[in-house]
Design a protein around this ligand. Sequence first.
Ligand code: TXD
Length: 319
Amino acid sequence: MARKKIAMIGSGMIGGTLAHLAAMKELGDIVLFDIAEGVPQGKALDLAQAGPPEGFDAKLKGANSYEEIAGADVCIVTAGIPRKPGMSRDDLLKTNLNVMKAVGEGIAKHAPDAFVICITNPLDAMVWALREFSGLPHQKVVGMAGVLDSSRFRHFLAEEFDVSVEDVTAFVLGGHGDTMVPVVEYSTVAGIPIPDLIKMGWSTQERIDAIVQRTRSGGGEIVGLLKTGSAFYAPATSAIVMAESYLKDKKRLLPCAAHLTGQYGVDNLYVGVPIVIGANGVEKVVEIELNEGAAANFQTSVDAVKELVAACKGIDGSL
Ligand code: TXD
């Protein structure tokens, strides 16, 4: 069986980490693409030299031309500028929208059969725009945010309950950002829902509320600490989980920004919902029942995404 080809569009902090993880997991041969000259080539060479001690076989190549991504099975897009301290995700809109245009056209021309995972912020608007610019089928273009947001939630919950992260499942819906909706009722420790754990005295509503709040501003907390740039280890790992589910047809049920066509009462918008990712891309959008509070929060989140998409249309008349 020939090796798969994975293209990282953007070879910055997340792009480099993605390449490292993909190589370590032997998901395929890797192309690191960037507009910065030397950076993708340098990272590719450095990572290739990590192969012998680790024992992975993967070809790594750096590129400044889209021709090099030809025939990629998966493209993971991080191209753009990251959020700086004090900068909101929405400030990034204009610059990154232009980047999505170039990337969308490059993928359409050279890797039209790829499964595309967008990471660039503001995520829900960028993945929508990337899909529009690329013209790829909607089920082949998704955004990564929910896996990361739910990982943050799981981490905080595992710490709170002093149990393994493996046994904590968590659900986060909605847009990436301050309007994300962590669903406490669907979050569990080994199947025991959090509200039951509160009744059992494992935690209190106040402490869980604080964890929810910390999850919502999880990205900002890291930006504030790093001062130059944003989180990259957990975002890269989260996107690799999605890529792996596609490449291995694992059919994992993951919260991702997916194109909705009426589900949750939303039409033609990318919002974070549970989906099944398999060999066909998005194979199912899972519509779970939301309680009143979660439904209201979800709506706020949808409205925020709608606003961003409207702003994109205002900036680029072709959208
Ligand atoms: O959950 C999530 N979705 C996110 C999103 C979590 C964390 C960070 N998130 C966003 O990912 C962040 O706000 C950024 O928009 C992206 C990428 O973050 P990263 O930390 O990797 O940013 P870097 O290190 O600045 O890398 C971006 C690279 C950099 O090397 C630029 O030279 C390159 O993108 N770049 C381009 N590459 C190709 N084509 C174009 N046009 C281009 N413009 C910049």
